[in-house]
Design a protein around this ligand. Structure first.
Ligand code: ATP
Ligand code: MG
Length: 174
């Protein structure tokens, strides 16, 4: 067993979407602490302190026949208690639900626990936020073709994310 790390599985936006999300943050204005462009992501499963080797094996098994999919981020929301402002897809493809379910199953098989909560896909745009005024209209298309495993390292100035693995989710016909 390798040394445990604070791990999560995520989808990482491609460069063009990161730019769009950054523009949306700009339109929302100074409502809180914006998440830096290179840290914007959508969490698929949070593991917490876990063995990265087992997580890697689980991801390989869970993605063996998985396909890519397209998400459309078209909805804003605000978690009042945590002060988080996010964007999410109103509807999302079964492929994401399936990926989430398979990941959890493969993790469980290897003795790794995940959050019991159901999937609530969202991208956090701001923390410590108190939104005011209307949200901008936005509908951002996100072709998802990769699942990443990320290690979050706690630092005094905030957590650092390190890419610990990635699995292709082929997009296209079929
Ligand atoms: P910080 O906690 O310092 O504000 P962070 O939330 O970005 O930073 P982590 O706490 O390591 O960093 O979390 C990594 C990702 O996992 C984030 O998307 C976070 O929302 C999510 N996450 C963290 N804890 C949980 C949890 N208990 N259940 C579900 N998702 C979680
Ligand atoms: Mg956190």
């Amino acid at each position: 067993m390798t040394e445990r790390q604070r791990l999560f599985f995520a989808l990482w936006p491609p460069a063009h979407l990161r730019e769009r999300l950054t523009a949306v943050q700009g339109e929302l204005g100074r409502i809180g602490r914006p998440v830096a462009a290179e840290r914007l992501h959508l969490t698929v499963a949070f593991l917490g302190n876990s063995d990265p080797e087992r997580a890697t094996e689980a991801a390989a098994a869970a993605t063996r026949e998985a396909r890519g999919f397209v998400l459309r981020l078209d909805r804003f929301g605000h978690f009042v208690r945590s002060g988080v402002v996010w964007m999410a897809p109103t509807e999302y493809p079964n492929a994401l639900e399936t990926l989430h379910r398979r990941l959890r199953r493969e993790l469980r098989r290897r003795g790794l626990r995940t959050e019991r909560r159901s999937l609530h896909p969202h991208v956090t745009l701001f923390r410590k936020a108190t939104p005011s005024g209307p949200h901008p209209a936005a509908s951002l298309e996100w072709p998802v073709d990769e699942l990443t495993l990320v290690a979050s390292v706690t630092r005094a100035e905030g957590p650092e994310y390190h890419r610990a693995g990635a699995w292709r989710l082929p997009l296209g016909e079929g």
